[in-house]
Design a protein around this ligand. Structure first.
Ligand code: GDP
Ligand code: MG
Length: 596
């Protein structure tokens, strides 16, 4: 297809504003999926995506369309909407010339509407504003058209009004995409350069890589080079998705499609990387490549220790499809053998855990998530801490923690509640803007550690669910952090150690000690629970011993026999204490590690 007849666009929106549903209608109206084969959220292929109703991996589909008798090819890229996957969204955007910015006409602009709009503007995309769900009785398209127009600097009448559910307004929108989105431009005679915007592992075919060709062309049987790693591969198959893979004779300037090289691991075909031709390589890659960087770490342990090899195998398999997942073996005194895993964020963690449990039948315990700390010792040694138990005990000069720039959108009546929450989470207000009389945008820097803990839940409950949040990494900062250890009978239980701000150490200690007192059953002997910072105990609780009623059996008067029994029992308790073997049921660990 000549570039003039191609339009590459994506649909961007806050989560649940209806991207996938609108994509469904477009697939139907362009005849790519017929009515019989249609099912909701057609492009969300993973089970978890379908059940949670969220899009995790981007997908790209080629759709034929016609404007005033002239055929065009529309390449639609459906993007994930959650903050954890911002990098994937940004790569999808870089593969397009235009973006349909979708806003729920009953909700208005939300935090990720803004985040996505800014990404689209950074990528210099033509933005088409669209109000969706106009079939809803609660829809207020006029009101939100004002808001949206004010935001992007157009007239309220320029905002399209559609319903992805009923299909109203979708045809005019497809026409507008052809009219407004620029055709791709590129140098057809230059060495090939194609950007990878997605990469998925398929059990039967190996890695399927989604690319957008910028310059030149890629053809079957050629040898290609991944520019970031210099790895070369043979192009076994190249084609387009419509809506299933259709092998073809190659991809030219502006085209979007997939390629297969037989590699088995998505790390060999990284999102953001540039593909070129071995015989005639490009001199410079396309910009924007970034290594996926895990932001949140957690230990994953099998509930049943004998499942450890299965867990390793499952992680090895998941990794094939998830370039951002990292892990290494970890041994915990309390939980046995497991893995220390790194994730993009909390949703990513939840998804990986859920897939391990669902697809591989594993029962897992995960430890409290933590961020990565950079510790500088007095002697200048630098230590990267991804596990609280590695936090050094010696002379620490400085601890640095990651921070984020957060954007919160909410009705203005909640400003006070949000400020209070952010202050409690060590946030600094950067600025505040009114989007309309009753809607405000607040910008904060916050420590990532505070955001990943329970920030979102608290934000939602303090604003009755009306606030939305988006955040992006924003470097790091020096902070006054300490490690709190939890000791049972004087022994540190590594799974419960946490790195917290000095002012919160006491609160964490009291909370954990209290929880464990409730959760650990009484033993034959007394079990002291302590929370400590270094050698200093900051909180303590006691689990009282079960006092066996040894005297009940001796009726009658023999006092010397009673005394003997009492002494025997005491000795027994002493021996147990010396061993220090507190029996903690696994449920107690799970319950203690789950925040409530
Ligand atoms: P996404 O997260 O942006 O991909 O949103 P989805 O397409 O998964 O839609 C989120 C929810 O909104 C689903 O329950 C959809 O059925 C519903 N929805 C999407 N579009 C419309 C619409 O035009 N009208 C109505 N009434 N509901 C819609
Ligand atoms: Mg979706």
């Amino acid at each position: 297809t000549p570039p003039e007849a191609i339009r590459n666009f994506c649909i961007i929106a806050h989560i649940d504003h209806g991207k996938s549903t609108l994509a469904d209608r477009m697939l139907q109206m362009t005849g790519v999926v017929d009515d019989r084969a249609m099912r909701a959220q057609y492009l969300d292929r993973m089970d978890i995506e379908r059940e949670r109703g969220i899009t995790i991996k981007s997908q790209a589909v080629r759709m034929p369309w016609e404007l005033e008798g002239a055929p065009v090819v529309l390449n639609m890229i459906d993007t994930p909407g959650h903050v954890d996957f911002t990098y994937e969204v940004s790569r999808s955007l870089a593969a397009c010339e235009g973006a349909v910015l979708l806003v729920d006409a009953a909700q208005g602009i939300e935090a990720q509407t803004l985040a996505n709009l800014y990404l689209a503007m950074e990528n210099e995309l033509t933005v088409i504003p669209v109000l969706n769900k106009i079939d809803l009785p609660a829809a207020q398209p006029e009101k939100y058209a004002e808001e949206l127009a004010g935001l992007i600097g157009c007239e309220p009448d320029d905002c399209f009004r559609v319903s992805g559910k009923t299909g109203v307004g979708v045809e005019p929108l497809l026409d507008a995409i052809v009219r407004q989105v620029p055709a791709p431009t590129g140098d057809a005679d230059a060495p090939a350069r194609a950007m990878i915007f997605d990469s998925v592992y398929d059990t039967y075919r190996g890695v399927v890589t989604y690319v957008r060709v910028v310059d030149g062309n890629l053809n079957p049987r050629e040898r290609i080079v991944m520019m970031s790693t210099k790895a070369t591969h043979e192009l076994l198959e190249i084609g387009v998705i419509s809506p299933e893979p259709v092998p073809g004779k190659g991809l030219g300037v502006g085209e979007v499609g997939y390629l297969i090289t037989g590699v088995k691991d998505v790390r060999q075909s990284r999102v953001g990387d540039t593909v070129t031709n071995l015989a005639k390589p490009a001199s410079a890659p396309l910009g924007g490549y970034r290594d996926p960087k895990p932001m949140v770490f957690s230990g994953l342990f099998p509930l049943d220790g004998s499942d450890y090899p299965d867990l390793r195998e499952a992680l090895d398999k998941l990794k094939l499809n998830d370039a951002a997942l990292v892990y290494e073996p970890e041994t915990s005194v309390a939980l046995g053998f497991g893995f220390r895993c790194g994730f993009l964020g909390l949703l990513h963690l939840e998804i990986v855990r859920e897939r391990l449990e669902r697809e591989f039948g594993l029962e897992l315990i995960s430890t409290q998530p933590n961020v990565v700390y950079d510790v500088t010792m007095d002697d200048g040694t630098e230590i990267v801490v991804t596990n609280p138990s590695e936090f050094p005990g010696g002379k620490v000069a400085e601890v640095r923690e990651p921070k984020v720039r957060a954007t919160i959108l909410a009705p203005s009546e909640y400003i006070g509640a949000i400020m209070e929450l952010c202050q409690g989470k060590r946030g600094t207000l950067l600025g505040m803007d009114y989007l309309s009389a009753e809607r405000v945008e607040m910008r904060y820097t916050l420590p990532l550690a505070e955001v990943v803990f329970d920030f979102f839940d608290q934000l939602k409950s303090r604003t009755r669910g009306y606030a939305s949040l988006d955040y992006e990494p924003d470097g790091d900062q020096v902070a006054d952090l300490v490690k709190v250890d939890i000791l049972l009978q004087g022994e540190t239980v590594d799974a419960f150690s946490a790195i917290v701000h000095k002012d919160k150490a006491y609160g964490y200690g009291v909370m954990m000690a209290g929880k464990l007192k409730e959760l650990i059953p009484r033993q034959q002997f007394e079990v002291p629970i302590q929370a400590a910072v270094g050698a200093r105990v900051i909180a303590r609780e006691n689990i009282r011993a079960i006092r066996k009623d040894v005297l009940a059996k001796c009726y009658g008067g023999d006092i010397s026999r009673k005394r003997k029994l009492l002494e025997k029992q005491k000795a027994g308790k002493k021996r147990m204490k010396n061993i220090g073997s507190v029996e903690v049921p696994p449920e107690a660990f799970i319950a203690a590690l789950t925040s409530d």
